[in-house]
Ligand binder design. Sequence first.
Ligand code: PRP
Ligand code: URA
Length: 212
Amino acid sequence: MENKGNVIILDHPLIQHKISLLRDSNTGTNEFRKLIEEIAMLMGYEALRDLPLKEVEIETPIEKCMTPMIAGKKLAIVPILRAGLGMVGGILNLVPTAKVGHIGLYRDHETHEPHEYYCKLPEPIDQRTIVVLDPMLATGGSGAEAVDFIKQHGGKNIKFMCIIAAPEGLKRLSESHPDIQIYVGHLDRCLNKDAYICPGLGDAGDRIFGTK
Ligand code: PRP
Ligand code: URA
């Protein structure tokens, strides 16, 4: 695990291996979906290591004891539509009681700027740990705007999780929101002229949902 300011690169061998399989253009929709979910779960295991705990009383077959459980208002997971949806199941495997919000954004194909079309967040959002999910952080426009919306709605404790990031997007997101933690599976080389990540994995939404 590599830590630079508010950016944490999750370089675990299992995550790296599964990202390599994701990149392969021969990986079909079914396999791609499974890999996205598995990677989200492995990343979530690290990203949620600071969830607050409280001591509760439990009776074992032997005796009563005080033992730690996750405290307070539970987690909110917020996928950025569409591709972030693919990561939701992986986090729900870890915390099945988490609430799920949605932010709908799409990138304009000409300007590459994000446009919002949907936002619904679980209340009280200001008391929850919020994990924003999007497999791709390219220019960083969608990620930065999603975090802006969540803050406008009162969100405070925000983590952003992406599977592949470009240096440009990581810089934009970490500079515009220095108060959030950004978890990255792999930092790629650059963006191409169409603002796709190189080497990347292509269009994540299309590969998850089988569209073109
Ligand atoms: C993709 C991806 C991110 C965004 C990243 O979504 O899932 O949300 O692009 O690019 P950015 O960092 O330059 O903003 P897209 O806009 O293609 O929408 P989709 O998920 O509905 O396909
Ligand atoms: N969105 C994607 O799905 N892939 C990229 O490489 C860039 C943005």
